[in-house]
Design a protein around this ligand. Structure first.
Ligand SMILES: [Zn+2]
Length: 1058
C-alpha cells in the first residue's frame, strides 16, 4: 500500500482532498481513507491526526458546505470521517474553532432538519466538537441546544438514530457550565425529566437503554451547577429518578442507568456536615518548637459545597484502575533519576550511628554480652556536646554523659536487656512489672486494666471456665473485682498461642505513652490471636447491594429516621455511657482503638464516626472498637460515615474482622473476617471548605455492613484489619529474643530513637553468630552484606506488621534455611517506624500530623525522629561502604489485591513516560528485578505482574525512592500487601470451586507466610547474585533444590471453607 509513501512525499490524500476539485478523485480519496481508518487500531487515526488530518478534513468540509446545491455524496462520507477522527483527536474542538467551522456545522445541521440521515451525520460531528468546552459554549451561544431540543422532543420512537445522536450531542454540550445555565433558564431540565419518564415508561423491554442513559447524562451534567441542582430538586427530580430505578434494581443489564441515577441522586441530595462539633481530631499533641499548628477548623459553616463541584465520579466497577494521570506523574528528569550521594545533615553526626552497628566491632566478648548505647532523640541530636558513643558497646556501667541526655528510660533499657538472662519467668514478670512502675513518671503511673468483662454469672456458664462462675457466685451481690476473673482466666491461658504471652503484653502495654492516656486493654490484644485453620474466600458482590445501601439513606428512610440517640458522646468519656435500653455500647479508648462517635439511627442500625489522625482533620479509614450488649441472631447494620478514600476493596469482596471474647474463652481466640452486604459509597456528608482544604475532593464515603454476632451479650471487637499494636510488637520481640538459640542467632535489640510521644522505636540486628573466633570466621561475620527492613510507617497498615512478624519469626527460627540465611546477611530491622501513630489509632500520620513516608528527603530531627535516624543509620552504612544490598519497606495496599513490590528503574520510568532520552547512555543493572521474580515463584500471595518499577514525582520523598537515589541501593523496594485477598496464584481459588472464581481473603497466616517467604527469596537472591563460598553453596544445595522451589508451589493444597 502506498499510503505511507504518499505521506512521506508530502502528498497525503488529505492534502489532496482540499485542493482537488475533481469530484471523483475526492470521492475515491474519501473512500480509501474510510477503508483505512475503519480497520486496525487507533494508531492509523493517530497518524492521520499527527499529519494534520483533522485540519484538512475541516477545510474540506468548509469548502464543500459552500457549494450550492449541497453535494451530499461528498458531505456524508466527509462528516463520518470527521466524527471518527474527531473522537480520537484531543484537540479537535480547538481545531474546529481555528477553522471557524462551528457555524458551518450548525448551519449544515439546520439545513438538514427535514432529512434525518443528513441530520444524524451533522449531529455526530456536533458531538465531537462539543468535547471541547469552549467550542461547546460557542455552539450553545449560537443556538445548538435549541436545535437539539427540537429534535428530541416530544417523545417519539421514529428516527431513533437521529434522536440518539441528538441526545448524545446535547449531553456533550451540557458539560459546559454556561450551556447548563442556559438549559436551566430555558426550562429544559423539566423537559428532560419528562422525556426521561416517557422513555422509561415506554421502553418496557429495555431496547433503548442508551437513550435513557443519554438523557440521564444530560441531567448529570446540568446538576453539576448549583442552579441545576436547585431546579432539579424543585422539579421533583429526586422522586422521579428514584421511582424510576425501583423497577430496575434486579436487572443486571440496567446497571449503566442505575449507576448514573445513583450518581445524580447523591449529588443532588442536600449536603450536611458530619454530625460532630469539629472534624478535627479529638486529640491534639503540642509539637516541639514552633512547628506548624493547624488552625482550628469548625465544621459548622454554611456552604458545604462549592458551586463548581465537578463530579470526579470514578466508575466503581472498574477495579484496580490505574489513574491515567499516573503517566504525567512520572519523573522524566534524568538528573533527578540518577543516584546521588548527597547528605542532608553534617557528616560528623553520622558517628553516633556506629553504636547501632555493634556487630562491626571485632570484640566478641562484648558481642556475647549486652551492649547499650544512647538513644538519640530530638534533644541528643541538637546537643552541642554531642559525642560518639561507640565505646558504650564494651562499657557496661552507666555512662556519666547519660545525664546530659533527657532519656529517662536509659537505666530501664539496661535492665530490660538483662532480665532475660533470668530463668524464673514469674519472678521475671513481676520484676519487670515493678520496673515499669518505678521508672515511670509517678503522675502517669496508672493501673492498666483489661477491659472489664461482664459480671453476670450467666455469662460464664457456657464457657470453659466454671471457676469464674463459682467465683462470681460466691462473691456478694456479684460485685467481683474483675482482676480476679482475669487472674483466673490467665491461669487457664496456657500459652497456647505461639509467640504470644498475655503477661508480656500487659508489661509492655503499661509502658506505652498515649495521648488519651489509655487505662484499658482490649481483650484481643491481651489474650492473643490464633489464625483459624482455614481461609475465607472473598465475598461475592451481590447485585443491588450498593443500591440498597446507597439509596435508603438518601431517600427511603429520609423521613423515617428515629431521632438520633447519641450513645457515646465522644471518646473523651473514659467509660461508655450505657445508652438507651437495648442499645449497643461502644468503646475504643485502648491502644490502636479508633471510634469517635456512635449514633443509633434505627433499632439495629448505627452510624459510626471515626476519629481523625492526631493533629489532623483527615485520614479516617482505620477503625478498631469494642461493642457489647448485642442480641442473638439479629443482623446489626453499621455505617461508618466518614471514610475518605474514593474506593475500597470493601466493594470487591473484602470483609472487616471481628473478635468475640466468648469465642476466645471457648478456645477459639481469633480475629475472623466478618460482615455481609458490605458496600462502600460516596455519601451526602461534606467537609466544610476550611476543614477540607488540601484534601482532594471534600467528600466523605460510607462503609456499610451488616453483622450477626455469634453470641448474645458478648463482648466483640470490630476492626478494619487484623489489629497489631505497638505493645504486641514489643512483647513479640521479648518472646523472640527468649526463644532464639543464642549460640546460633546473633540478636541485638537497640533503640533507634525516642518518638515524639515518648515511646521507644526499636532497632534490631539479626545475623548468625560467627562460626568460631578464628580470624576468617570473624571476618566473614563482619563482611556479610546488609539487608535493611522497615515496616508500619503507616499505622493503619497493620497487615505490614503481620508480614514483619513472619519475617522476624523466620529469621530467628531453627529452620536450616534461616540458619544459612543468617550466615549470608546482617539484618537491620526497624519493625515499626511509627509507634505513636499505631498507639493512638491513627490511619496515616505521626503525631506531627505528617505522613512519615513523605519525609525521607529532608526529615526533621525533631518532628520525624524515626525517619531522621533510620536515614542516619543508612547514611552511616553508606559512609563505611556498607550500603545495604536490599532495602524493603513493608506496607499495606487498600486498593489492590495480592502482594507485590514497587521498585525503582530509570529505564522503565523513561520508557513508560515515552521519553526520547537515549536510554543506551544510561546503563542500568536490571538486578532490581531478580528478587520480585524469585518471590513470584516462592511466595503464594506474591504476584510479579502487579509489581511496578516506575519512579513518580509524587513519590520522590518516600523511603524507597530516597534510599535508591541517595544511598545508591539498587534493590530498594516497597512491599505492598493487600488488605483483601488474591486474584492470582495459589490463593486464588481454582475455577472448579466456584464460578465466577473468587480469591481467598488473606488471613494473618498468609501474611506471616509472606514474611517468611520474603526471607527465602533473599537467600535465593544471594545464591543467584552474589559470589558464595563453596560451603554456603553446598549447604544451599542440600537444603533447597532451586528448581523444586519453583514447581513446589503448585502442589501445595489450601484448605478452603465456604
Ligand atoms: Zn503505606
Amino acid at each position: 500500500m502506498d499510503w505511507h509513501l504518499s505521506i512521506r512525499d508530502g502528498c497525503s490524500p488529505c492534502a489532496c482532498a482540499k485542493s482537488s476539485s475533481d469530484k471523483d478523485v475526492i470521492l475515491n480519496i474519501l473512500s480509501v481513507l474510510t477503508d483505512l481508518l475503519s480497520l486496525g487500531t487507533g494508531r492509523r487515526i493517530q497518524y492521520v491526526i499527527s499529519k494534520g488530518g483533522s485540519e484538512a478534513l475541516l477545510q474540506a468540509l468548509t469548502t464543500t458546505a459552500q457549494t450550492e446545491p449541497l453535494d451530499h455524496s461528498i458531505l456524508l462520507p466527509l462528516l463520518r470521517l470527521l466524527a471518527r477522527v474527531g473522537q480520537r483527536d484531543r484537540k479537535f474542538g480547538l481545531k474546529v474553532q481555528k477553522a471557524e467551522a462551528t457555524d458551518t456545522i450548525l448551519s449544515l445541521a439546520r439545513r438538514s432538519l427535514g432529512h434525518h440521515l443528513h441530520l444524524t451525520h451533522c449531529l455526530w460531528v456536533l458531538q465531537v466538537c462539543a468535547s471541547n468546552v469552549t467550542t461547546g459554549t460557542t455552539l450553545g451561544i449560537n443556538g445548538a441546544m435549541e436545535l437539539l431540543f427540537k429534535v428530541i422532543t416530544p417523545y417519539s420512537k421514529r428516527h431513533i438514530r437521529t434522536v440518539r445522536a441528538a441526545i448524545e450531542a446535547l449531553a456533550a454540550l451540557l458539560k459546559s457550565r454556561s450551556n447548563s445555565r442556559r438549559a436551566v433558564s430555558r426550562g429544559y431540565l423539566g423537559g428532560l425529566l419528562r422525556l426521561y419518564q416517557d422513555w422509561h415508561r415506554n421502553d418496557v423491554s429495555n431496547n433503548y437503554v442508551y437513550i435513557r442513559r443519554g438523557l440521564l447524562l444530560c441531567l448529570k451534567h446540568i446538576t453539576n451547577i448549583q442552579l441545576g441542582r436547585e431546579t432539579f430538586l424543585f422539579s421533583k427530580g429526586m422522586e422521579i429518578l428514584f421511582t424510576s430505578v425501583q423497577d430496575c434494581l434486579s436487572c443486571k443489564n440496567l446497571d449503566p442507568i442505575i449507576n448514573t441515577v445513583i450518581q445524580i441522586l447523591r449529588k443532588c441530595y442536600p449536603k450536611e456536615p458530619l454530625p460532630v462539633a469539629t472534624v478535627r481530631s479529638s486529640y491534639s499533641f503540642p509539637l516541639p518548637g514552633n512547628a506548624k499548628a493547624e488552625p482550628p477548623c469548625e465544621g459548622s459553616e454554611g456552604d458545604y459545597e462549592s458551586d463548581g463541584e465537578e463530579e470526579a465520579e470514578k466508575d466503581l466497577d472498574s477495579e484496580e484502575e490505574e489513574s491515567k494521570e499516573e503517566d504525567y506523574d512520572l519523573e522524566t528528569d534524568v538528573n533527578k533519576l540518577r543516584s546521588k550521594a548527597v547528605l542532608d545533615r553534617p557528616e560528623e553526626e553520622l558517628g553516633q550511628y556506629k553504636a547501632m552497628c555493634p556487630e562491626l566491632s571485632h570484640n566478641f566478648q562484648s558481642l556475647l554480652s549486652a551492649p547499650s548505647h544512647s538513644i538519640p532523640n530530638a534533644t541528643s541530636v541538637k546537643h552541642p556536646n554531642y559525642r560518639l558513643r561507640n565505646q558504650s558497646v564494651t562499657e557496661m556501667g552507666p555512662d556519666p554523659g547519660e545525664k546530659d541526655f533527657k532519656v529517662p528510660r536509659q537505666s530501664w533499657t539496661n535492665k530490660e536487656i538483662h532480665r532475660w538472662d533470668q530463668t524464673d519467668e514469674k519472678r521475671d514478670i513481676a520484676e519487670t512489672a515493678q520496673d515499669a512502675h518505678s521508672c515511670e513518671d509517678p503522675a502517669r503511673n496508672h493501673v492498666l486494666m483489661l477491659r472489664p468483662l461482664p459480671k453476670d454469672p450467666a455469662w460464664y456458664k457456657k464457657t470453659f471456665y466454671p471457676e469464674c462462675e463459682a467465683l462470681i457466685n460466691s462473691s456478694a451481690g456479684g460485685s467481683l473485682d474483675c482482676s480476679d476473673i482475669v487472674t483466673n482466666l490467665l491461669e487457664k491461658h496456657q500459652g497456647d498461642i505461639p509467640f504470644h504471652s498475655p503477661h508480656f503484653y500487659i508489661t509492655r502495654a503499661k509502658r506505652v505513652k498515649s495521648i488519651p492516656d489509655y487505662k484499658d486493654l482490649a481483650f484481643p490484644d491481651f489474650w492473643g490471636h490464633q489464625p483459624p485453620p482455614y481461609s475465607k474466600p472473598m465475598l461475592e458482590r451481590k447485585y443491588g447491594v450498593q443500591r440498597k445501601s446507597g439509596i435508603p439513606h438518601l431517600i427511603i428512610f429520609r423521613d423515617q429516621r428515629q431521632p438520633a440517640i447519641v450513645i457515646l458522646a465522644s471518646i473523651y468519656c473514659s467509660h461508655s455511657s450505657p445508652g438507651a435500653p437495648g442499645c449497643l455500647t461502644f468503646f475504643s479508648k485502648f491502644e490502636s482503638g479508633n471510634l469517635r462517635k456512635a449514633i443509633q439511627v434505627r433499632e439495629f442500625e448505627y452510624d459510626l464516626i471515626m476519629n481523625a489522625d492526631v493533629n489532623s482533620n483527615q485520614q479516617h479509614q482505620w477503625f478498631y472498637f469494642e461493642v457489647r450488649g448485642m442480641k442473638l441472631a439479629v443482623p446489626y447494620r453499621f455505617n461508618i460515615i466518614n471514610c475518605e478514600k474514593f474506593n475500597s476493596q470493601f466493594n470487591y469482596g473484602m470483609q472487616l474482622v471481628m473478635y468475640s471474647v466468648k469465642e476466645a474463652l471457648q478456645g477459639r481466640p481469633r480475629w475472623l473476617r466478618a460482615g455481609h452486604d458490605i458496600c462502600y459509597y460516596k455519601n451526602h456528608y461534606r467537609c466544610s471548605a476550611t476543614a477540607g482544604r488540601g484534601v482532594k475532593g471534600n467528600f466523605y464515603y460510607t462503609l456499610t455492613f451488616s453483622i450477626k454476632f455469634p453470641h448474645k451479650d458478648d463482648v466483640c471487637y470490630l476492626a478494619y484489619h487484623y489489629p497489631y499494636t505497638y505493645s504486641t510488637m514489643m512483647s513479640h520481640l521479648d518472646i523472640l529474643e527468649r526463644s532464639r538459640n543464642p549460640k546460633k542467632v546473633y540478636w541485638r535489640q537497640q533503640t533507634l530513637c525516642q518518638t515524639l510521644g515518648g515511646n521507644l522505636c526499636p532497632l534490631l540486628t539479626i545475623t548468625a553468630m560467627p562460626e568460631s573466633k578464628k580470624r576468617d570466621d570473624l571476618e566473614q561475620f563482619c563482611n556479610r552484606p546488609y539487608v535493611f527492613l522497615v515496616a508500619r510507617v503507616h499505622p493503619g497498615e497493620s497487615n505490614a506488621s503481620w508480614v514483619m512478624k513472619g519475617t522476624l519469626e523466620f529469621l530467628v527460627s531453627n529452620d536450616p534455611i534461616a540458619d544459612l540465611l543468617r550466615k549470608c546477611f546482617i539484618f537491620k530491622i526497624v519493625p515499626m517506624l511509627n509507634p505513636d501513630g499505631v498507639i493512638n489509632g491513627n490511619h496515616r500520620c505521626s503525631l506531627s500530623g505528617d505522613d512519615l513516608n513523605r519525609q525521607w528527603l529532608t526529615p526533621n530531627s525533631q518532628l520525624h525522629p524515626t525517619i531522621y535516624h533510620a536515614k542516619g543509620l543508612l547514611y552511616y552504612l553508606r559512609s563505611i561502604g556498607r550500603a545495604p544490598l536490599v532495602f524493603c519497606d513493608y506496607h499495606g495496599h487498600s486498593q489492590r489485591k495480592n502482594v507485590f513490590l514497587y521498585g525503582c528503574s530509570i529505564k522503565e520510568t523513561l520508557w513508560q513516560a515515552g521519553c526520547m532520552v537515549d536510554t543506551a547512555v544510561i546503563t542500568e543493572d536490571v538486578g532490581y528485578r531478580t528478587l520480585p521474580k524469585i518471590l513470584d515463584k516462592v511466595a503464594p500471595a506474591f504476584v510479579m505482574n502487579s509489581c511496578s518499577f516506575l519512579v513518580e514525582k509524587s513519590r520522590e520523598s518516600t523511603a524507597r525512592v530516597v534510599v535508591w537515589k541517595e544511598m545508591g541501593v539498587l534493590r530498594s523496594y516497597t512491599m505492598e500487601s493487600t488488605y483483601c485477598g488474591c486474584s492470582h496464584g495459589l490463593y486464588k481459588v481454582s475455577q472448579s470451586f466456584k464460578e465466577p472464581c473468587a480469591g481467598l481473603q488473606l488471613g494473618t497466616q498468609e501474611l506471616e507466610e509472606m514474611g517468611s517467604k520474603f526471607c527465602l527469596g533473599l537467600l535465593i537472591l544471594h545464591l543467584k547474585s552474589l559470589p558464595c563460598s563453596k560451603k554456603v553453596m553446598s549447604q544451599a544445595a542440600l537444603l533447597l533444590d532451586l528448581e523444586e522451589e519453583i514447581t513446589d508451589r503448585t502442589q501445595r493444597s489450601v484448605i478452603v471453607v465456604f
